[in-house]
Design a binder for this molecule. Structure first.
Ligand SMILES: [Zn+2]
Length: 132
């Protein structure tokens, strides 16, 4: 009983489809995540939907492989604007490399290691960040 300090691994309610994007506020749309993981997710992903994040990571993986044909579509996508606002692609890639994927950064907190590739991150999103 009584109050205690919140610990970083305390579980918090995460809305798979964010409430700000008309996601339901009930058990059909809520997963429980440790606070530190949850904060790291929103730090990167803001209020994008999991399917949008997968679309983003698929495009970034293709760009990483040298496929420039996806750039224009990515740049016009909803998820790009949500996550990177008006950044250039160059700035966005720098943010990912220097902030998201730094040691102990949000990528490591959400996906387990800072060097998890986009393809693996997509599988983790499907398994852990969408409703079963
Ligand atoms: Zn959340």
């Amino acid at each position: 009983m009584g109050h205690r300090q919140q610990e970083p691994d305390d579980l918090t309610e995460h809305h798979v489809i964010p409430r700000s994007r008309q996601g339901a506020d009930d058990e059909t749309n809520i997963l429980f995540k440790p606070i530190f993981v949850h904060q790291a997710w929103h730090h990167m992903i803001v209020n994008a939907k999991p399917k949008e994040v997968i679309e983003l990571f698929d495009a970034l993986a293709r760009i990483e492989r040298g496929d420039d044909t996806v750039i224009e579509e990515l740049f016009d996508s909803v998820v790009y604007k949500i996550v990177f606002r008006n950044m250039t692609l160059e700035k966005a890639l720098e943010l990912i490399k220097k902030r998201w994927k730094k040691q102990g950064g949000p990528w490591e907190l959400v996906f387990g290691r800072s060097d998890v590739p986009y393809s693996e991150a997509v599988l983790i999103i499907e398994k852990e960040w969408m409703m079963p």
